[in-house]
Design a protein around this ligand. Sequence first.
Ligand SMILES: [Zn+2]
Length: 347
Amino acid sequence: MENSKGEKGKRLWKKVKYQLVEYHSLPGYLRDNEYIVGHYKSEWPMKQLLLSIFSIHNETLNVWAFIQSILVITNVRVQVHDHLELHDILRKADLHKLHSELVTCFPSLPNMSDLYKFQDELKTSISGWHRSMKEDVTNIIAPLMVRPITRWPFFTFLGGAMFCLLASSACHLLSCHSECISYIVRRLDYAGIAALISTSFYPPVYYSFICDPFFCRLYLGFITILGVVAILFSFLAGFHRPKFRTLRASLFFGMGMSSIAPIIHKLILFWHQPEALHTTFYEVLMGILYGTGAFVYAARIPEQWMPGKFDIAGHSHQLFHILVVAGAYTHYRAGLVYLEWRDQHGC
Ligand SMILES: [Zn+2]
Protein backbone atom coordinates (compact mmCIF):
# COMPACT_ATOMS: atom_id res chain seq x y z
CA MET A 1 0.00 0.00 0.00
CA GLU A 2 2.77 2.37 1.08
CA ASN A 3 4.70 1.35 -2.02
CA SER A 4 1.87 2.02 -4.47
CA LYS A 5 1.27 5.41 -2.86
CA GLY A 6 4.95 6.19 -3.29
CA GLU A 7 4.83 5.14 -6.97
CA LYS A 8 1.75 7.28 -7.57
CA GLY A 9 3.46 10.24 -5.92
CA LYS A 10 6.55 9.77 -8.08
CA ARG A 11 4.47 9.61 -11.27
CA LEU A 12 2.53 12.73 -10.28
CA TRP A 13 5.76 14.59 -9.47
CA LYS A 14 7.21 13.64 -12.87
CA LYS A 15 4.07 14.92 -14.58
CA VAL A 16 4.26 18.23 -12.78
CA LYS A 17 8.00 18.45 -13.27
CA TYR A 18 7.86 18.09 -17.07
CA GLN A 19 5.00 20.45 -17.68
CA LEU A 20 5.36 23.48 -19.90
CA VAL A 21 5.86 26.74 -18.06
CA GLU A 22 5.28 30.45 -18.66
CA TYR A 23 7.88 33.09 -19.51
CA HIS A 24 8.00 34.58 -16.01
CA SER A 25 8.89 31.15 -14.49
CA LEU A 26 11.96 30.68 -16.72
CA PRO A 27 15.50 30.98 -15.35
CA GLY A 28 17.28 34.13 -16.58
CA TYR A 29 19.38 32.44 -19.30
CA LEU A 30 16.24 31.07 -21.02
CA ARG A 31 14.43 34.42 -21.13
CA ASP A 32 14.65 35.73 -24.65
CA ASN A 33 11.33 36.92 -25.97
CA GLU A 34 8.69 38.12 -23.50
CA TYR A 35 6.05 38.27 -26.26
CA ILE A 36 6.01 34.46 -26.35
CA VAL A 37 4.16 34.05 -23.11
CA GLY A 38 3.79 30.30 -22.51
CA HIS A 39 4.49 26.68 -23.62
CA TYR A 40 8.17 26.73 -22.60
CA LYS A 41 10.23 23.66 -21.66
CA SER A 42 12.54 24.47 -18.79
CA GLU A 43 15.56 22.49 -17.55
CA TRP A 44 14.32 19.07 -18.65
CA PRO A 45 16.64 16.01 -18.75
CA MET A 46 18.03 14.93 -22.15
CA LYS A 47 15.66 11.96 -22.53
CA GLN A 48 12.56 14.15 -22.06
CA LEU A 49 14.00 16.79 -24.40
CA LEU A 50 14.61 14.25 -27.17
CA LEU A 51 11.09 12.86 -26.72
CA SER A 52 9.73 16.43 -26.87
CA ILE A 53 10.25 16.33 -30.68
CA PHE A 54 6.90 14.53 -30.70
CA SER A 55 4.99 16.83 -28.36
CA ILE A 56 3.56 20.34 -28.69
CA HIS A 57 5.50 23.29 -27.23
CA ASN A 58 6.70 26.62 -28.57
CA GLU A 59 9.76 25.04 -30.27
CA THR A 60 8.04 22.06 -31.98
CA LEU A 61 7.61 23.74 -35.38
CA ASN A 62 11.15 25.20 -35.28
CA VAL A 63 12.65 21.75 -34.72
CA TRP A 64 10.44 20.02 -37.30
CA ALA A 65 10.83 22.71 -39.99
CA PHE A 66 14.57 22.30 -39.84
CA ILE A 67 14.54 18.49 -39.68
CA GLN A 68 12.41 18.50 -42.84
CA SER A 69 14.76 20.94 -44.54
CA ILE A 70 17.71 18.64 -43.78
CA LEU A 71 15.83 15.77 -45.46
CA VAL A 72 15.13 17.98 -48.52
CA ILE A 73 18.81 18.96 -48.79
CA THR A 74 19.91 15.32 -48.52
CA ASN A 75 17.55 14.57 -51.41
CA VAL A 76 18.97 17.50 -53.39
CA ARG A 77 22.47 16.08 -52.90
CA VAL A 78 21.30 12.79 -54.40
CA GLN A 79 19.67 14.57 -57.35
CA VAL A 80 22.79 16.59 -58.13
CA HIS A 81 24.79 13.37 -57.95
CA ASP A 82 22.35 11.69 -60.37
CA HIS A 83 22.77 14.62 -62.74
CA LEU A 84 26.52 14.09 -62.60
CA GLU A 85 26.11 10.46 -63.62
CA LEU A 86 24.11 11.31 -66.75
CA HIS A 87 27.19 11.06 -68.92
CA ASP A 88 27.85 7.51 -67.63
CA ILE A 89 24.30 6.44 -68.52
CA LEU A 90 24.60 7.94 -72.00
CA ARG A 91 27.94 6.27 -72.55
CA LYS A 92 26.46 2.89 -71.63
CA ALA A 93 23.27 3.29 -73.71
CA ASP A 94 23.54 1.10 -76.83
CA LEU A 95 21.73 3.08 -79.52
CA HIS A 96 22.71 0.62 -82.27
CA LYS A 97 21.09 -2.28 -80.40
CA LEU A 98 17.87 -0.31 -79.87
CA HIS A 99 17.82 0.56 -83.58
CA SER A 100 18.34 -3.05 -84.80
CA GLU A 101 15.80 -4.52 -82.34
CA LEU A 102 13.07 -2.13 -83.50
CA VAL A 103 13.71 -2.90 -87.16
CA THR A 104 14.08 -6.70 -86.87
CA CYS A 105 10.75 -7.17 -85.10
CA PHE A 106 8.86 -6.23 -88.30
CA PRO A 107 9.56 -9.31 -90.56
CA SER A 108 7.50 -11.42 -88.18
CA LEU A 109 4.39 -9.45 -89.11
CA PRO A 110 1.94 -10.58 -91.95
CA ASN A 111 3.20 -10.17 -95.47
CA MET A 112 1.61 -6.91 -96.59
CA SER A 113 3.16 -4.63 -99.18
CA ASP A 114 2.04 -1.51 -97.30
CA LEU A 115 3.67 -2.81 -94.20
CA TYR A 116 7.00 -3.32 -96.03
CA LYS A 117 6.72 0.23 -97.27
CA PHE A 118 6.08 1.36 -93.73
CA GLN A 119 9.02 -0.75 -92.55
CA ASP A 120 11.31 0.95 -95.08
CA GLU A 121 10.09 4.36 -94.01
CA LEU A 122 10.59 3.42 -90.41
CA LYS A 123 14.14 2.25 -91.14
CA THR A 124 14.91 5.61 -92.74
CA SER A 125 13.24 7.60 -89.98
CA ILE A 126 14.95 5.59 -87.22
CA SER A 127 18.31 6.08 -88.94
CA GLY A 128 17.50 9.79 -89.12
CA TRP A 129 16.49 9.82 -85.46
CA HIS A 130 19.62 7.87 -84.60
CA ARG A 131 21.76 10.40 -86.47
CA SER A 132 20.07 13.43 -84.88
CA MET A 133 20.27 11.82 -81.43
CA LYS A 134 23.96 11.20 -82.02
CA GLU A 135 24.44 14.83 -83.06
CA ASP A 136 22.62 16.02 -79.93
CA VAL A 137 24.81 13.83 -77.77
CA THR A 138 27.93 15.10 -79.51
CA ASN A 139 26.99 18.78 -79.45
CA ILE A 140 25.24 19.19 -76.12
CA ILE A 141 26.01 16.39 -73.75
CA ALA A 142 29.45 15.21 -74.86
CA PRO A 143 31.22 18.37 -73.60
CA LEU A 144 29.95 17.40 -70.14
CA MET A 145 31.62 14.02 -70.47
CA VAL A 146 34.90 15.54 -71.53
CA ARG A 147 35.32 18.23 -68.87
CA PRO A 148 32.50 18.73 -66.36
CA ILE A 149 33.03 21.82 -64.22
CA THR A 150 34.01 21.05 -60.66
CA ARG A 151 31.13 20.75 -58.19
CA TRP A 152 32.98 21.42 -54.94
CA PRO A 153 31.67 25.01 -54.46
CA PHE A 154 28.12 23.71 -54.90
CA PHE A 155 28.63 20.91 -52.38
CA THR A 156 30.36 23.32 -49.98
CA PHE A 157 27.18 25.43 -50.02
CA LEU A 158 24.95 22.37 -49.44
CA GLY A 159 27.27 21.29 -46.60
CA GLY A 160 27.08 24.77 -45.01
CA ALA A 161 23.28 24.78 -45.30
CA MET A 162 23.06 21.32 -43.71
CA PHE A 163 25.36 22.32 -40.85
CA CYS A 164 23.25 25.44 -40.21
CA LEU A 165 19.99 23.47 -40.16
CA LEU A 166 21.40 20.70 -37.95
CA ALA A 167 22.92 23.20 -35.49
CA SER A 168 19.66 25.12 -35.34
CA SER A 169 17.58 21.98 -34.74
CA ALA A 170 19.97 20.99 -31.93
CA CYS A 171 19.74 24.49 -30.47
CA HIS A 172 15.94 24.54 -30.44
CA LEU A 173 15.75 21.06 -29.02
CA LEU A 174 18.44 21.17 -26.34
CA SER A 175 19.08 24.78 -25.26
CA CYS A 176 16.58 24.53 -22.40
CA HIS A 177 18.45 21.61 -20.76
CA SER A 178 20.89 23.66 -18.65
CA GLU A 179 22.87 26.91 -18.75
CA CYS A 180 26.02 25.13 -19.96
CA ILE A 181 24.29 23.22 -22.82
CA SER A 182 22.39 26.38 -23.75
CA TYR A 183 25.67 28.32 -24.03
CA ILE A 184 27.20 25.66 -26.31
CA VAL A 185 24.24 25.05 -28.65
CA ARG A 186 23.52 28.77 -29.08
CA ARG A 187 27.08 29.37 -30.22
CA LEU A 188 26.74 26.39 -32.53
CA ASP A 189 23.58 28.01 -33.91
CA TYR A 190 25.38 31.32 -34.65
CA ALA A 191 28.29 29.40 -36.19
CA GLY A 192 25.74 27.59 -38.40
CA ILE A 193 24.20 30.87 -39.62
CA ALA A 194 27.66 32.31 -40.35
CA ALA A 195 28.59 29.07 -42.21
CA LEU A 196 25.38 29.20 -44.28
CA ILE A 197 25.97 32.82 -45.30
CA SER A 198 29.68 32.29 -46.08
CA THR A 199 29.20 29.10 -48.08
CA SER A 200 26.27 30.69 -49.97
CA PHE A 201 28.92 32.86 -51.68
CA TYR A 202 30.95 29.92 -52.94
CA PRO A 203 28.90 28.86 -56.02
CA PRO A 204 28.16 32.41 -57.34
CA VAL A 205 31.71 33.70 -56.77
CA TYR A 206 33.51 30.56 -57.98
CA TYR A 207 31.44 30.07 -61.14
CA SER A 208 31.29 33.81 -61.99
CA PHE A 209 35.06 34.34 -61.64
CA ILE A 210 36.28 30.89 -62.65
CA CYS A 211 38.38 32.48 -65.41
CA ASP A 212 39.79 35.17 -63.12
CA PRO A 213 41.56 33.42 -60.20
CA PHE A 214 42.58 36.73 -58.59
CA PHE A 215 39.01 37.98 -58.00
CA CYS A 216 37.82 34.43 -57.29
CA ARG A 217 40.31 34.09 -54.43
CA LEU A 218 39.78 37.70 -53.27
CA TYR A 219 35.99 37.37 -52.85
CA LEU A 220 36.09 33.82 -51.46
CA GLY A 221 38.89 34.76 -49.03
CA PHE A 222 37.00 37.87 -47.90
CA ILE A 223 33.72 36.06 -47.13
CA THR A 224 35.52 33.15 -45.45
CA ILE A 225 37.42 35.56 -43.15
CA LEU A 226 34.17 37.46 -42.48
CA GLY A 227 32.47 34.16 -41.54
CA VAL A 228 35.28 33.24 -39.12
CA VAL A 229 35.15 36.76 -37.57
CA ALA A 230 31.36 36.44 -37.12
CA ILE A 231 31.84 33.07 -35.36
CA LEU A 232 34.56 34.54 -33.07
CA PHE A 233 32.29 37.54 -32.39
CA SER A 234 29.50 35.20 -31.32
CA PHE A 235 31.84 33.72 -28.68
CA LEU A 236 31.95 37.07 -26.86
CA ALA A 237 30.24 36.83 -23.49
CA GLY A 238 26.76 38.30 -23.67
CA PHE A 239 26.45 38.12 -27.48
CA HIS A 240 23.37 35.90 -27.08
CA ARG A 241 21.62 38.34 -24.71
CA PRO A 242 18.24 39.74 -25.84
CA LYS A 243 19.57 43.34 -25.86
CA PHE A 244 22.01 42.36 -28.66
CA ARG A 245 19.25 40.95 -30.87
CA THR A 246 19.50 43.85 -33.36
CA LEU A 247 23.31 43.69 -33.35
CA ARG A 248 23.16 39.95 -34.19
CA ALA A 249 20.62 40.51 -36.96
CA SER A 250 22.73 43.40 -38.36
CA LEU A 251 25.95 41.36 -38.28
CA PHE A 252 24.47 38.50 -40.30
CA PHE A 253 22.55 40.87 -42.58
CA GLY A 254 25.79 42.82 -43.23
CA MET A 255 27.54 39.56 -44.16
CA GLY A 256 24.80 38.80 -46.65
CA MET A 257 24.92 42.33 -48.08
CA SER A 258 28.63 42.04 -48.83
CA SER A 259 27.57 39.84 -51.76
CA ILE A 260 26.55 43.02 -53.60
CA ALA A 261 30.17 43.65 -54.71
CA PRO A 262 30.74 40.33 -56.56
CA ILE A 263 27.19 40.46 -58.02
CA ILE A 264 27.71 43.93 -59.52
CA HIS A 265 31.16 42.86 -60.73
CA LYS A 266 29.60 39.80 -62.42
CA LEU A 267 26.95 41.97 -64.11
CA ILE A 268 29.63 44.33 -65.47
CA LEU A 269 31.63 41.40 -66.89
CA PHE A 270 28.72 39.32 -68.25
CA TRP A 271 25.86 41.81 -68.80
CA HIS A 272 25.28 40.31 -72.27
CA GLN A 273 24.87 36.73 -70.94
CA PRO A 274 21.29 35.66 -70.06
CA GLU A 275 22.64 33.39 -67.30
CA ALA A 276 24.18 36.39 -65.52
CA LEU A 277 20.79 38.16 -65.43
CA HIS A 278 18.96 34.94 -64.49
CA THR A 279 21.26 34.28 -61.50
CA THR A 280 21.12 37.95 -60.43
CA PHE A 281 17.33 37.69 -60.30
CA TYR A 282 17.65 34.74 -57.90
CA GLU A 283 20.27 36.60 -55.85
CA VAL A 284 18.04 39.69 -55.47
CA LEU A 285 15.14 37.43 -54.44
CA MET A 286 17.41 35.71 -51.90
CA GLY A 287 18.48 39.12 -50.53
CA ILE A 288 14.81 40.10 -50.08
CA LEU A 289 14.04 36.79 -48.30
CA TYR A 290 17.07 36.98 -45.95
CA GLY A 291 16.49 40.71 -45.36
CA THR A 292 12.83 40.16 -44.46
CA GLY A 293 13.91 37.26 -42.21
CA ALA A 294 16.42 39.46 -40.34
CA PHE A 295 13.82 42.24 -39.98
CA VAL A 296 11.08 39.88 -38.67
CA TYR A 297 13.60 38.33 -36.23
CA ALA A 298 14.78 41.69 -34.87
CA ALA A 299 11.32 43.30 -34.71
CA ARG A 300 9.62 40.17 -33.24
CA ILE A 301 6.68 40.41 -35.60
CA PRO A 302 3.84 39.39 -35.21
CA GLU A 303 3.95 38.32 -31.52
CA GLN A 304 4.74 41.81 -30.23
CA TRP A 305 1.32 42.95 -31.54
CA MET A 306 -0.54 40.13 -29.75
CA PRO A 307 1.64 38.61 -27.01
CA GLY A 308 0.77 34.99 -26.26
CA LYS A 309 -1.29 34.43 -29.42
CA PHE A 310 1.58 33.03 -31.52
CA ASP A 311 3.33 30.89 -28.90
CA ILE A 312 2.80 27.57 -30.72
CA ALA A 313 2.57 28.67 -34.34
CA GLY A 314 3.29 31.82 -36.32
CA HIS A 315 5.85 33.65 -34.16
CA SER A 316 8.77 35.59 -35.61
CA HIS A 317 11.36 32.86 -35.15
CA GLN A 318 9.30 30.38 -37.17
CA LEU A 319 8.81 32.97 -39.93
CA PHE A 320 12.56 33.64 -39.81
CA HIS A 321 13.25 29.90 -40.31
CA ILE A 322 10.87 29.66 -43.26
CA LEU A 323 12.44 32.73 -44.89
CA VAL A 324 15.99 31.40 -44.36
CA VAL A 325 15.08 28.04 -45.92
CA ALA A 326 13.35 29.83 -48.84
CA GLY A 327 16.47 32.01 -49.29
CA ALA A 328 18.75 28.94 -49.28
CA TYR A 329 16.47 27.24 -51.83
CA THR A 330 16.66 30.31 -54.11
CA HIS A 331 20.43 30.07 -53.82
CA TYR A 332 20.30 26.41 -54.78
CA ARG A 333 18.27 27.28 -57.94
CA ALA A 334 20.82 29.96 -58.84
CA GLY A 335 23.60 27.40 -58.25
CA LEU A 336 22.01 25.06 -60.83
CA VAL A 337 21.93 27.89 -63.42
CA TYR A 338 25.64 28.58 -62.76
CA LEU A 339 26.48 24.88 -63.16
CA GLU A 340 24.63 24.62 -66.47
CA TRP A 341 26.21 27.84 -67.71
CA ARG A 342 29.78 26.78 -66.96
CA ASP A 343 29.21 23.18 -68.09
CA GLN A 344 28.07 24.39 -71.49
CA HIS A 345 30.43 27.28 -72.04
CA GLY A 346 33.40 26.38 -69.87
CA CYS A 347 35.78 29.12 -68.90
ZN1 LIG B 1 16.25 29.15 -34.89
